[in-house]
Design a protein. Structure first.
Length: 94
């Protein structure tokens, strides 16, 4: 793809910008779905909370952008973006 953006008019640049933004959002959506698909209900996972404290729990729901995790601690319910989750070596869904 070889073209000179210096030759594009304002209208063409605005159109190009809209297309680029749409494509970026589409690719981010595809990536988010791929990340969410790594997990299933019942999977044992671990993550670090906002205070960097390690947490471990079980996936109880897959949401549009996050994974709901239940832990045994007092603050037992977390909605965590999938990029912050790691499957634990032990257990998992059966």
């Amino acid at each position: 793809m070889d073209f000179d953006v210096e030759r594009l008019s304002l209208e063409e640049l605005v159109d190009l910008n809209k297309r680029v933004v749409m494509r970026i959002r589409y690719l981010q959506g595809v990536k988010a779905v791929e990340e969410l698909n790594r997990f299933k209900m019942g999977d044992r996972v671990h993550f670090h909370d906002h205070e960097r404290k390690p947490r471990e729990g079980i996936v109880v729901r897959i949401n549009q952008r996050t994974v709901s995790v239940h832990t045994d601690e007092k603050c037992g319910h977390w909605n965590v973006p999938p990029r912050f989750l790691t499957k634990s070596a032990e257990g998992g869904s059966q």
